[in-house]
Ligand binder design. Structure first.
Ligand SMILES: *[C@@H]1O[C@H](CO)[C@@H](O)[C@H](O)[C@H]1NC(C)=O
Length: 428
């Protein structure tokens, strides 16, 4: 979601000065006759992820998991299905990780029958939806304060830490809780980046996964035609210090922003609003939207963006700028030296990622160019397959919001996961 970068910076700058309040949200909602929306759209925009799961009759557990460096990350578990496979019991586990500025809600907003989390639960999986540190559900730490604008200590992390520290805590917790020694991993976009970080930095984790299902994988950007590249070349090195000195380390997160976006989504993005096309553009850029159900927009905006650290965005900027998939480049090279033992950050060694990998790409995905996905497939230690989505216009957001994503991808994903389980049984 790099294209929202400018918007993010502007919005974060604004958030440093004004704190959105519930009053404004109430006024916005009152100005809009509720009759404009079906009850479901309003409800689903206002409910949080566990609330959505509960509303649709699925079992849900909320787990708060403490990382080695004290962040408290939240996982939402759907232990079994509602209509099929609907009794408790040991089931194959799948850990699902969202993309940049997103949350566990990505895999729920399309609702039962369409959203990935429900499809997996009905197919017989024990579904664990992760939330990365700093997002709406994981904005907590055992002693650091995310709202402290002085030191901003809470916000000094990128997706390197999410892969290196959040994922191990989640994986170890799930193993202890379920007794299952291995699990599938599904990541979307940044959720794939963090998996590569984990298994390249800590290869002992490879054996804990049955398969890696990479949806719109993000690592190499050699073919990315993002205009941000030129901006990053000029400004990347000063972005962090400028952002931190202005007092913000966070991009559009927390309760205040969530309320504002929810209210804006319900009032401006509904089917009757003449501004709906603008909402589409704000969320998807100029992307292809033929299979995107616009009626769902208020629900999507009710859950996105879900916040992130500025450094996560800057770290992607560095990948673009240096054309290297490497660890975070600190502004002061001496910090690099202290942390990595070298003045420039080392590249992630993807040959160390040996989990059976299945890469799924859209041919119209501007954020994860298919040529870079093919390159990743060549460099990973154990690529089993690289799969194009059939529809030519399938883009980055169709993976989570596409009206046809179940038939284009999710059903096939379940088949592939089952075949990976069979392969594992045969080898053991
Ligand atoms: C779009 O979403 C609305 C609200 O969930 C639903 O009623 C409608 O059937 C959907 N349209 C299509 C084409 O799927």
């Amino acid at each position: 979601m790099l294209h929202v970068f400018a918007l993010v910076l502007a919005a974060s700058a604004a958030s440093a000065q004004t704190s959105p309040n519930a009053q404004l949200v109430q006024e916005l909602l009152q100005a809009d006759p509720a009759a404009r929306h079906s009850n479901n759209i309003v409800q689903d925009a206002l409910l949080d992820a566990p609330g959505l799961i509960r509303k649709y009759g699925y079992p849900v557990e909320v787990h708060n998991i403490v990382t080695a460096d004290g962040y408290i990350v939240q996982a939402h578990r759907i232990p079994h299905g509602r209509d099929a496979n609907n009794r408790p019991g040991p089931r194959p586990v799948v850990l699902v990780m969202h993309g940049l500025m997103c949350s566990s809600a990505d895999f729920l907003v399309l609702g039962p029958g369409n959203a990935l989390a429900y499809v997996l639960a009905e197919a017989g999986y024990d579904v664990w939806l992760a939330n990365a540190r700093g997002n709406y559900y994981s904005r907590r730490h055992i002693f650091l304060d995310p709202n402290d604008r002085e030191g901003l200590e809470f916000w000094k992390f990128s997706w390197d830490e999410i892969g290196n520290l959040d994922l191990p805590a989640l994986v170890n917790f799930i193993i202890a809780n379920t007794g299952q020694q291995k699990m599938h991993y599904i990541g979307h976009s940044q959720g794939t980046t963090t998996f590569l970080v984990l298994n390249s930095l800590r290869p002992e984790f490879n054996e804990k996964f049955i398969s890696f299902q990479a949806l719109a994988p993000s690592a190499y950007v050699e073919h990315n035609e993002n205009k941000l590249r030129e901006i990053m070349v000029q400004f990347e090195s000063v972005l962090e210090s400028v952002a931190f000195s202005l007092g913000f380390g966070e991009a559009m997160g927390g309760e205040g922003w969530r309320q504002i976006f929810t209210a804006l989504g319900l009032t401006l993005c509904n089917d009757q609003s003449f501004l709906q096309p603008l909402c589409v553009f704000a969320i998807l850029g100029a992307g292809e939207i033929e299979n995107f159900n616009k009626t769902m927009l208020p629900v999507i905006v009710g859950h996105n963006p879900a916040g992130a650290a500025i450094r996560q965005i800057i770290h992607y900027g560095q990948v673009l700028r240096f054309n290297r998939f490497a660890r975070y480049n600190h502004a002061n090279p001496l910090t690099n030296l202290a942390e990595y033992g070298s003045l420039t950050p080392p590249e992630y060694d993807l040959s160390r990622v040996t989990v059976p990998a299945y890469l799924h790409y859209g041919k119209n995905d501007a954020q994860s160019d298919y040529r870079d996905v093919l390159l990743l497939g060549e460099r990973l230690g154990n690529t089993i397959g690289v799969y194009p989505i059939e529809r030519e216009t399938f883009n980055h957001f169709d993976f989570i919001w596409g009206g046809d994503v179940r038939t284009q991808l999710y059903d096939k994903l379940v088949d592939i996961m089952r075949s990976a389980e069979r392969a594992l049984d045969q080898n053991s």
